[in-house]
Design a protein around this ligand. Sequence first.
Ligand code: NAD
Length: 325
Amino acid sequence: MAKILVTGGAGYIGSHIVNLLGSFDHEITVYDNLSTGRRESVVNGELIVADLENLDTLEKLIIDKKFDACFHFAGSIIVPESVTDPLKYYNNNTNNTLNLLNLCIKHKVNKFIFSSTAAVYGMAPGGVCSEDMQVEPINPYGRTKLMTEWMLEDIAAAHENFEFVILRYFNVAGANVDGKVGQCSPLSTHLIKIACETALGKRDKMFVFGDDYDTPDGTCIRDYIHVDDLAQAHLDALAYLLKGGKSTLCNCGYGHGYSVNEVLEVVKKVSGKDFIVEKAPRRAGDAPKLMSKAEKIAKVLKWKPKYDDLDLIVKTAYDWEKNLK
Ligand SMILES: NC(=O)c1ccc[n+]([C@@H]2O[C@H](COP(=O)([O-])OP(=O)(O)OC[C@H]3O[C@@H](n4cnc5c(N)ncnc54)[C@H](O)[C@@H]3O)[C@@H](O)[C@H]2O)c1
């Protein structure tokens, strides 16, 4: 049994990890300010509603609970907002993470699992991203996540008992296959969520940004990973660290992708609804193709994904969205 701190565990991804953690004999404490998360998304463990900025509350909790491990999901995640309000991102993603890491080192929370992102790869020449390739984020969001990766590497080098797993997520999508949790995020920029909202009439129409990329149908290609498979990767990372595994960094994706048009076709098929999709100009900074090289996570963390199926990803997202108030 391990004592686990989950920052941001009321959010989209964190809630799926908390859901899966419930099948194990771990003591779970979620720390979340509910800025984008929801109380009812925390289906296991104890929820502490507080901000990472509230260092007294956070330190007292860490002292009281003597956590063995921390999953760090809390953060701000909207790329366009990070461009217009970079300070929010440097404060919430970099500064708050630095403060959390200070407390982890001070109170010997020595296993740390961090949500990073394919955004650290930037334009990714060639479109297939391997963990050892050059990272060149092109927006403040990606830079703040990369800064945390660097902090973790430097801290682990200096503190021999501290070990981390960094997971670089590709395009996370879908909802829990048992329908217990799903994506509630306001102002989401995720394609599958937006398409499901449009199919359900929650939006009048949606946009495809650019159809003249150098891809077979001209629209961007991304590597969509089911959120329950992503959650399993976190459990594998925890098991790896608890067994004495050394610090490591892995991509989290399936290693192949779908174009925007292919995804929209699947949403129309699964929902049985046609909806208005308008063409819009390319957005600055959208790489034509972003897919993971997916071998390392299988080898190091023994991750075996179960839901690599776009129809299923879309169906779980659509069913969740239909019931979402
Ligand atoms: N969703 C994706 O596709 C994706 C892709 C790559 C990486 N990530 C990373 O995964 C993590 C989780 O993303 P998500 O999609 O679940 O986002 P989300 O917005 O649904 O979840 C973030 C959670 O953190 C909480 N939070 C934010 N700031 C906080 C603070 N200062 N103090 C306490 N709680 C705070 C929010 O209330 C929310 O519950 C983020 O770090 C994000 O950068 C997400």
